[in-house]
Design a protein around this ligand. Structure first.
Ligand code: SF4
Length: 347
């Protein structure tokens, strides 16, 4: 089985020509694919052409929505998708004043095993293909009944998986979603969140992807970070700072650090001092998040007063910082709560 959504415009053109069809069919087919259409919905394509595609083993879409849970707190929607091989992934649509943001997954599971995260509970099952990542954006656009205008204005690669551990497929997805013939979403509206795979951060900068690079930092020292993020063994914090400086120099994009506050671990005055020392001089912003509860992980988030004090300390020392709103906590749609298994409401 070959998923047409995995191919870029030039590749689709080649498929069309190889099947003996006229070139303009490629444009029609590509438009349908980006609207989330199945073969039987592609009204202006001849049945003979669709049959040829099917005979060659092509399928149109890469994912299908299995269920949607809507937050009563803030209207956030959690999507449960089924892939063509039966694997399940999750994603979230968040509604902000400035537009709608979709959080997409990039892998089934994750092998980084961060201690606060549900996505890595079963390890890495497999990488998502470019079309399976793009399919999440397309399916949610379609589900929100938008045709000409996009429902989705912003994308964050922050769902299950470590995006830079699936570099080639993720960068092809970025090319696809950014393509003029496709959804044409600007790199400026895309954030990629990584636990800090430094070699790939250099590559991303060298390959010219000018997006918002977000580092899941969560601790200001290696000793502390090792308690929750095993990746620190391979890439210590100093290496991450060097890599993000390189990224900033190449792209001019401000670096964002995510800092999930865990009670008694990284929320002390010493931690805020160490964080200020670490980030001094960097063009960056810190998003402070109260840790979201994951029942298998047993870690507790810091209370609001301590979070406010922490942010104030950073700002007093000229580090830009805000508390990130937690979205969709009642549907387990918040950061670190996305998982591979579809948990129904009674579990
Ligand atoms: S936080 Fe990100 S990198 Fe860490 S286990 Fe979860 S999905 Fe993987």
């Amino acid at each position: 089985m070959k998923q047409l959504l995995d191919y870029n415009y030039e590749e689709i053109e080649k498929i069309v020509l190889d099947l003996g069809e006229k070139k303009f069919r490629a444009k029609q087919l590509f438009e349908w694919l980006n609207k989330g259409a199945e073969f039987n919905e592609m009204k202006n394509l001849p049945a003979s052409f669709i049959k040829k595609l099917e005979d060659e083993g092509y399928v149109a879409q890469a994912i299908h929505i299995k269920d949607v849970l809507e937050s009563k707190l803030d209207g956030t929607k959690k999507y449960i998708y089924e892939l063509n091989d039966g694997n399940i992934i999750e994603g979230v649509l968040m509604k902000y004043k400035y537009g709608n943001t979709i959080c997409v997954s990039t892998q089934v599971g994750c092998r980084m095993n961060c201690a606060f995260c549900a996505s890595g509970l079963d390890g890495l099952i497999r990488n998502l293909t470019p079309g399976e990542i793009l399919g999440q954006v397309i399916a949610v656009n379609k589900d929100n009944k938008v045709d000409k205008e996009r429902a989705i204005t912003n994308i964050v690669l922050m769902g299950s998986g470590e995006p830079l551990d699936n570099y080639d497929n993720v960068t092809k997805f970025l090319d696809l979603v950014n393509a003029e013939e496709g959804l044409n979403i600007s790199m400026r509206n895309i954030s990629l969140s990584t636990c800090g795979l430094c070699d790939k951060i250099y590559k991303l900068a060298d390959d010219g992807y000018n997006l918002t690079l977000t580092i899941s930092l969560h601790a200001p020292t290696n000793a502390q970070r090792l308690q929750t993020m095993p990746v620190t063994k391979k890439y210590p914090i100093e290496e991450i700072i060097k890599a993000v400086k390189y990224y900033f120099d190449k792209t001019g994009r401000r670096i964002v650090f995510e800092y999930a506050m865990i009670e008694g671990q990284n929320d002390t005055l010493e931690s805020s001092k160490a964080l200020v020392a670490l980030l001094k001089g960097l063009t960056c912003h810190v998003n402070v998040i109260p840790l979201n509860y994951v029942k298998e992980r047993g870690l507790k988030g810091t209370n609001m007063d301590s979070i406010k004090n922490f942010i104030k300390y950073l700002e007093d020392h000229k580090i830009s910082a805000t508390k990130r709103r937690t979205m969709g906590a009642d549907i387990e749609g918040a950061c670190g709560q996305l998982r591979r298994k579809y948990l129904n409401k009674d579990e």
